[in-house]
Design a protein around this ligand. Structure first.
Ligand SMILES: [Zn+2]
Length: 376
């Protein structure tokens, strides 16, 4: 810091001396000299001063400019609570306006009311299976009945379990929910990890604080259930790139949902978006972007969408951006096979219409399109 300041002072003094010297030159020179001296002596320092005064960063792009620049990239919001209060109906306009192509949708988290919001996200999916990716969160993590609920929902066609309150001390909302566990190995979570592996669905965990005992338990879960894909929800919130780097280094079954709006706009973030770019480059297949429905941001979900675009801009690499904005999460969704329940339902309806198809390799994405009547 000090060195930079000294350097800056030095440059300023040089410019001032040069400027005064040039004024002196100009004013002192005879009219015949002026032609030669003036352009060089007066122009140069003025330009230098203008350059020194100008901010070093380029002008900030507006959301509209960012959408224009990157709107052709497919974009998934991998963590969105807009099933609560059916807010997705309002949010949909901005998804369309700002180029959010798909949304992982759930609502309330790890409490009784989440059973209802799971239903809302399912309904939204039935209406728009190409936009909505429903996850289930209405699971009692402290009772065996939660396993049956989770299994029924995965059979039905949900694409993931989450958001789940696996540990929460500081979140004003999740620290109080009735079904939260104490840590990522508590309650029925171990059995749920096995279930998630069986269905090849990702498991989206809320863990706060993102260090200490809860993270030690997360690591235990990742080691004990290597076939389970765990997504660290808003893993950048109150967390450092170094911590994420260390976790990703050790655990190939870990993914990170990056709530870009938090890092970009929440004054409580001690990092900038650029700080996370090196770890994203190091683990290009492990990050995904989310809005968390704009949680904690004055500009709400729209500002969170802007955060996603700012991160894409900060990456400066469209190939990497496509992975993080879309491919990494969509890979976890598209690899899921259709469930027995889905195949049975499709067979039943096909038998009525006389249609035949190959049922063996149906994916959950395809089954969902067929069963919602939106097959192309
Ligand atoms: Zn959330």
């Amino acid at each position: 810091m000090r060195n930079m300041w000294e350097k800056w002072l030095g440059i300023s003094v040089c410019i001032m001396v040069w400027a005064e010297f040039s004024i002196l030159l100009t004013s002192c020179s005879s009219s015949s000299d002026t032609k030669r001296a003036a352009p060089v002596a007066t122009q140069e320092p003025v330009q230098e001063i203008a350059k020194a005064d100008a901010p070093e960063t380029p002008p900030v792009k507006t959301l509209e400019e960012l959408v224009k620049e990157y709107g052709d990239l497919p974009l998934i919001d991998s963590h969105n609570h807009d099933a609560s209060g059916s807010r997705y109906r309002i949010a949909e306009d901005s998804w369309k306006q700002y180029g959010v192509d798909r949304v992982v949708l759930f609502g309330d988290v790890s409490e009784f009311s989440a059973i209802n919001t799971d239903e809302v996200s399912w309904k939204a999916y039935q209406a728009e299976p190409e936009r909505i990716i429903p996850f289930t969160s209405g699971i009692n993590l402290l009772d065996k009945s939660g396993l049956d609920m989770a299994k029924a929902n995965l059979e039905k066609g949900y694409f993931g379990i989450g958001e789940i309150a696996a540990a929460s001390t500081f979140s004003p909302v999740l620290s109080k929910v009735e079904w939260k566990t104490q840590n990522p190995m508590d309650g029925i979570l171990p059995q749920l990890y096995e279930l998630a592996a069986k269905y090849k669905v990702p498991f989206l965990l809320h863990i706060d604080p993102p260090n200490g005992a809860p993270i030690a338990k997360l690591e235990e879960a990742l080691d004990k259930y290597p076939d389970t894909t765990i997504i660290f929800g808003h893993g950048n919130a109150y967390n450092s790139p170094e911590n994420l780097d260390a976790l990703l280094q050790k655990h190939p079954n870990l993914y990170v949902d990056f709530f870009a709006g938090f890092t970009a706009f929440n004054p409580e973030s001690s990092n900038k978006l650029e700080d996370f770019v090196p770890v994203m480059k190091k683990f290009p297949d492990k990050f995904m972007l989310s809005t968390d429905a704009g949680y904690g941001l004055p500009g709400g979900e729209t500002q969170a969408i802007e955060g996603m675009y700012r991160l894409i801009d900060a990456l400066g690499d469209r190939k990497l951006a496509q992975k993080i904005a879309h491919d990494n999460l969509y890979g976890l969704i598209s690899r899921q096979p259709a469930t027995r329940t889905q195949v049975d339902r499709i067979k039943k309806s096909d038998s009525q219409t006389g249609k035949t198809r190959n049922y063996k390799n149906l994916s959950k994405v395809e089954a969902g399109l067929i069963l919602s009547g939106k097959e192309k």
